[in-house]
Every structure is written in structure tokens, then in C-alpha cells.
Design a protein around this ligand. Structure first.
Ligand SMILES: NC(=O)c1ccc[n+]([C@@H]2O[C@H](COP(=O)([O-])OP(=O)(O)OC[C@H]3O[C@@H](n4cnc5c(N)ncnc54)[C@H](O)[C@@H]3O)[C@@H](O)[C@H]2O)c1
Length: 334
């Protein structure tokens, strides 16, 4: 995502599919937003009307021309091969998008005088936590190519800051959920469970369901991105709620909100599944003035309502088929 920064960005944003939509006061007040995406998982229907759109791969040489024409001040780098499963099945493809695509983007950024890159990093850079809650100084030992390429990105950003003066902030997200999330993702457990329950399916819970994750609403993620546009230069931040929620708890909350009683299927632990991961927000709160505002129950209620209205259900989700090996499909994320 490319944004030419104006005087003051309205503190309101939400997410449309894979593309984050910033609701801004408009060009008259100095904000000008452009989006770059190849639509491999993103959807054109999810774009904010005010945003200009360039359908282009971040690996394409033409990206440089797009940035030169747009002259952005801040780039929010959300585009990624974002599936852990795809990254283990196709590590070369993962690196092509997440490393070579990144370098193509950073070269284009430096050539067109971008001030700052705000990067969507991940809790997946940590691997199996040594302690909880995870903070920024926790060792990064990613357990899959996806986490490795996210971690590598952080190092490249540090290099470009040192060598080229391109500022950055890396935001290590927890498990993001919210309206319009694509239900074809394993770590998109919220979207998968809601969609399956609405379609009268029987969701599957892997392992014993006691694995704990940090579910964070996409509006909080968007606010963290906005905060990072003008703060936290050349630093990394954990962006989670600080609250661990088990998959069993999540499922119970969703069935309650959907007013259904469906006993989930149970299946074996998936290779690489972590017992627990949740994040310490103290640094983000101190440096970015950011903290999460959406309580899980409220966020789930909003998400359930949105899915119920049918706006989000764009395709059926098979009962237990939670992972696809196709690069265009979502797989397990951290
Ligand atoms: N959803 C989560 O729980 C989570 C957690 C941690 C980090 N992240 C990161 O947040 C970002 C957004 O993730 P998301 O969950 O919205 O996934 P998403 O797949 O919905 O969004 C990724 C976007 O990148 C685009 N894209 C992929 N490859 C591209 C390429 N080669 N060129 C141009 N565009 C390309 C896709 O079309 C899509 O719009 C990603 O960088 C992801 O790694 C997500």
C-alpha cells in the first residue's frame, strides 16, 4: 500500500480483504492514497473508493514507475505470500515474493524518495516462544520459511535505513481477524469457524484446542499502522492484545454469538503448531502511543454480524479442508 501522507490522517480505518483501507479526509486535506496489489488474494471490491489502484506484482520491474509516478511519502508494505503452509510447500515462491519482491519495492522506494516504510511483520518470526508474553527482545527463531522471510525483511529494512536513509517501522502482528477476512485460511480460525457454522458445517479443532493465540482486531492493526507512519522510526513492535485465548475458548464464544450448538470435530496436532503465543505491547504503547481497543468479544460480535449480513462470505468453505497448497489460497499463519 502506498500513501502520500498529508497533514492529518483521520483516525479511522478498516480492512477490506487483503487490502487495508484507510478512511481519510480526502485529497482536499492533503491525503492521497494509492494501493498496489496483484490481487492474488486481495479483492478489487474491497478497495476504498478514494484510493487509486495499480494492479501490479511487487516483483515486477514496473513497480519503480508506479512509485515514481505516485511519489509516495509513506509505504505500508502489507503485500506478501502470507501462508505458512505455502511457504513450507513452496519456499522458493515464498522467498520470491517476500524477499525479492521486498527488495524490488525498497529499490523503488529509495529511487522515488519515500520517507518511510511501515512493514507488516509477524509473530511467526519468533518460532516457539521461550517465555510469554513475547516482547521485542525475545529471540527470533522462526520455524518456517514464512517467518524466516518476514525476519529477513526486518534486517533488510534496517540495512536500507542505515545505508540509504529510508526509515521503517516493523509491526509484528498477532493473529489478525475481522470483517471481510478470507475464510480460506487456517490461522483465520475466526473467519473459518464463523463461515462453517453459518453454512451449517462442523468445524474442526486441531490438537486439544488448548493452544493459545493473540487474536487482534484488524481495526487495531490499522491504527497501529497509522501510528507508525509518524512514530517509532527504525524500530520493531509487537502488535497484539497481550491476551491469550485458546481455540476452545474462541470456538465457545463464536457458537454463543451465533446462537448455535455444534460439537466440533477434533483432529491431530498439526506439525509445527505452537502451544501458546501472545504479545507484550508495552513498547508500542510507549513509542507509538498505540494500544488495542477492540475487546475480543466485541470484535467477534462485529465480525459475526458482518459475516451474517453475507458481505464477507464469497465462497463456500469445505468442512475440514482448512489448508490449500495453492499459492492463491491462505494457509496457516502465525
Ligand atoms: N492475517 C494475519 O493474521 C497476519 C499475521 C501476521 C502478519 N500478517 C501480514 O499482514 C499482511 C496482510 O495479510 P492478510 O492477512 O491481509 O493477507 P492477504 O493475503 O489477505 O493480504 C496480502 C495481500 O498481498 C497481495 N499480494 C500477494 N502477493 C503479491 C505480489 N507478489 N505482488 C503484489 N501483491 C501481492 C495479495 O493479493 C493480498 O491483497 C501480510 O504481509 C501478512 O504476512 C498477517
Amino acid at each position: 500500500m502506498v500513501c502520500r501522507w498529508g497533514a492529518e490522517l483521520e483516525d479511522s480505518c478498516d480492512r477490506r480483504g487483503g487490502i487495508y483501507r484507510l478512511t481519510y479526509r480526502g485529497p482536499a486535506e492533503g491525503h492521497d492514497v494509492s494501493v498496489v496489489d496483484n490481487l492474488v488474494t486481495g479483492k478489487i471490491a474491497n478497495l476504498a473508493k478514494q484510493a487509486r489502484f495499480h494492479q501490479i506484482d511487487i516483483r515486477a520491474p514496473g513497480l519503480r514507475d508506479v512509485l515514481a509516478a505516485e511519489g509516495p511519502e509513506v509505504v505500508f508494505h502489507e503485500a506478501a505470500q502470507m501462508s505458512v503452509k505455502v511457504s513450507t510447500d513452496r519456499p522458493i515462491y515464498d522467498a520470491e515474493v517476500n524477499v525479492l519482491g521486498l527488495l524490488n519495492l525498497l529499490e523503488a522506494c529509495t529511487a522515488s524518495g519515500v520517507r518511510k516504510v511501515v512493514f507488516a511483520s509477524s509473530g511467526a518470526t519468533y518460532g516457539n516462544p521461550l517465555y510469554l508474553p513475547i516482547d521485542e527482545v525475545h529471540p527470533q527463531l522462526p520455524g518456517a520459511p514464512y517467518g524466516i522471510t518476514k525476519m529477513v525483511t526486518e534486517h533488510y529494512l534496517r540495512y536500507y535505513a542505515q545505508d540509504r536513509g529510508l526509515q521503517y517501522t516493523s509491526l509484528r502482528y498477532g493473529n489478525v481477524y475481522g470483517p471481510r477476512q478470507d475464510a480460506r485460511g487456517e490461522a483465520g480460525a475466526v473467519a473459518i469457524f464463523i463461515t462453517q457454522l453459518l453454512q451449517r458445517g462442523v468445524p474442526t479443532i486441531h490438537w486439544d484446542g488448548e493452544q493459545v493465540r493473540d487474536y487482534i482486531h484488524v481495526r487495531d492493526i490499522a491504527h497501529a499502522n497509522l501510528a507508525a507512519a509518524t512514530a517509532g522510526d527504525n524500530c520493531c513492535y509487537c502488535i497484539g492484545t497481550g491476551v491469550g485465548t485458546s481455540v476452545n475458548q474462541l470456538y465457545a464464544l463464536l457458537t454463543e454469538l451465533l446462537e448455535v450448538q455444534v460439537e466440533p470435530q477434533r483432529s491431530a496436532r498439526r506439525a509445527g503448531d505452537l502451544r501458546a503465543a501472545y504479545f507484550n505491547n508495552a513498547r508500542a504503547e510507549h513509542d507509538l502511543g498505540w494500544s488495542p481497543h477492540v475487546a475480543l468479544r466485541d470484535g467477534l460480535e462485529e465480525t459475526v454480524d458482518a459475516f451474517r449480513r453475507g458481505l464477507e462470505v464469497t465462497h463456500p468453505v469445505a468442512g475440514a479442508a482448512l489448508v490449500s497448497a495453492e499459492p492463491g489460497d491462505h494457509g496457516r499463519r502465525a
